[in-house]
Design a protein around this ligand. Structure first.
Ligand code: SF4
Length: 337
């Protein structure tokens, strides 16, 4: 049984007549897996994260955690699920309450969920600070968020999530507001929790990012989901999707990654037929990408391509995956980041 099962979910924000933020999206995540969701701003990836964390309710479809619909949970079951699924947000400056010290940030949930008694709460907070690489001292617990750097604040946000001994972490653009020099350290910190030694259980990740370089680093050995305007257009093992994308949108996202080495940049120059794309709104009748797709045919404007397995659990919602050029050389650009 999957740990998380998002089944045929559509979500439309109240009062909007535009295309739904999520359109018939299904995602299954096994215990211990790392699944990355990638796409441009507005593609629905954050809505998917909020949906999994229970902050928004699907208009249709269901979200199941350990086989149970999260919106049917009550009492003790609800409390256990609430603790088991935690979200770490993009902005370490606004995700912490500026009026609370670090102790005030960590202590209430530890006590509310009875993970530790009042007498042991200080030691537990210091243990968690040490786990996330912060100064594990009473003086640090008395600090306020404005006294910390961006990297320290994000570590406190991670400490708050990990202190509840979660089973699934939804990590939404967790490094996008940090200096480049801090990003790998934060990603490595999150990955260090995967084995579960430090917090009792193995952590499963739904990792959301617009940055393919970050996604590849974090989800190596895992899985990537590519979204476009609320639709899941490609899904597969990380290395397969990056070296052999089967959807033109994924190809173009990979192609957009800047390459510092001019020699590599020249070699990876994409075929003109794929670069000469036009801006366009998503199609509501045919393939969602058809108004922007350089490979679109009449069939693409008339009907929606189903998500189809092209082999090795690699799925694409494109009628013509074989027309996408081989792009192994694009990986060089990602490796340089
Ligand atoms: S189905 Fe057609 S329009 Fe859609 S991505 Fe494939 S080639 Fe492009």
């Amino acid at each position: 049984m999957s740990l998380l099962e998002v089944a045929d979910v559509t979500h439309r924000y109240a009062g909007t007549k535009a295309a739904p933020a999520l359109n018939q999206v299904s995602v299954s995540v096994s215990r211990g897996e790392v699944v990355a969701v990638v796409g441009e701003s507005g593609c629905g990836k954050t809505t998917l994260g909020k949906l999994v964390a229970g902050f928004v309710r699907p208009t249709t479809g269901s979200v199941r955690f350990e086989g149970r619909d999260i919106w049917s949970l009550k009492g003790k079951d609800y409390k256990t699920w609430r603790r088991s699924v935690q979200m770490v947000h993009q902005d370490p400056y606004s995700s912490l309450n500026p009026g609370l010290t670090i102790a005030g940030t960590l202590r209430p949930a530890l006590l509310r969920h009875r993970l530790v008694g009042r007498r042991g709460v200080q030691d537990e907070m210091l243990r968690i600070l040490a786990l996330v690489g912060l100064d594990a001292t009473p003086a640090f617990l008395r600090r306020y968020p404005h006294q910390l750097s961006g990297g320290q604040r994000q570590r406190v946000a991670i400490a708050r999530a990990m202190s509840l001994r979660p089973r699934l972490i939804v990590a939404d653009e967790v490094t996008s507001m940090l200096d480049v020099s801090l990003r790998v350290a934060i990603l490595d910190l999150l990955l260090s929790f995967r084995k579960g030694d430090a917090i009792d259980d193995m952590i499963t990740y739904l990792f959301i990012s617009h940055d393919f370089g970050v996604v590849r680093y974090f989800s190596r050995g895992g899985r990537i989901i590519v979204m476009f305007y609320g639709v899941l257009v490609e899904e597969g093992p990380t290395e397969d999707v990056i070296s052999h994308p089967c959807h033109p949108y994924t190809y173009l996202l990979l192609e957009a990654i800047p390459v510092p080495d001019p020699d590599v940049a020249e070699r990876r120059a994409a075929p003109a037929s794929l670069v000469e794309q036009s801006e366009g709104q998503p199609s509501l009748t045919g393939c969602v990408f058809s108004n922007r797709c350089p490979l679109a045919q009449a069939k693409c404007h008339a009907s929606q391509p189903p998500l189809t397995d092209v082999g090795g659990a690699h799925l694409t919602a494109c009628f013509f995956p074989e027309r996408i050029p081989a792009v192994t050389h694009l990986v060089e650009g990602i490796n340089q980041r």
